[in-house]
Design a protein around this ligand. Sequence first.
Ligand SMILES: C[S@@+](CC[C@H](N)C(=O)[O-])C[C@H]1O[C@@H](n2cnc3c(N)ncnc32)[C@H](O)[C@@H]1O
Length: 226
Amino acid sequence: MVLDDAPASTDVGNRVFGDRLPLALRFVEHLTTSGVERGLIGPREAARIWDRHVLNCAVVAELVPDGSRLVDVGSGAGLPGIPLSLARPDLGIVLVEPLARRVEWLREVIADLGLLVEVERGRAEEASTRRRWEGADVVTARAVAPLARLAGWCLPLLRPGGVMLAVKGVTASSEIERDGAAVRRAGGGQARIERCGSGIVDPPSTVIVVERVRGTGSDRARRKRG
Ligand SMILES: C[S@@+](CC[C@H](N)C(=O)[O-])C[C@H]1O[C@@H](n2cnc3c(N)ncnc32)[C@H](O)[C@@H]1O
């Protein structure tokens, strides 16, 4: 597989992944071979995996405090969770994904790369997922759901003061306009937009940042049940 964006890989890759660049390139190899064959990545995406997917996700690390416990909701082919783990070995990461064949692929790839990343088969909003992974410092989600639904799924997984990072595209500001009130009802503060990876990816990655400022609907339901 020849990557259209391969020339960028060494310079920029060293800056982002340091001595883990070979592992990042091996992840690209998994995505472009078994990832495509097993339907986790569209065949048309294969040639632009490096910029559009791996770097675009890894640069979100700019928004993640040192040593964070991070839950990646709807990880699919490990995006953004695996690039974040490769760029930032200080993070404790769990990938939450409901589809069995994706979970199987993720576990194989994580074992091959030798990463300390956990995989939870389940949906973010399920009680079992919440019980196991609540109290996270950071929850990420990329291409999973509209902002209002994401807030309802992700904010209950955060500790108060933790942040949800929703990796979005051009829809970011209109989603905030449309869903800002729903985000606040779900326990979030004022959503804002950050751009990550200037000089590394073009365009920079657009991320909606929401802090958990209050108890969430799931806390209230739990209190009611006693
Ligand atoms: C379009 S894919 C995006 C995958 C990856 N985040 C990316 O950027 O390529 C959406 C993923 O979210 C997962 N998903 C959908 N609903 C979910 C939920 N309620 N909780 C966790 N994951 C969910 C799907 O199974 C799918 O793998």
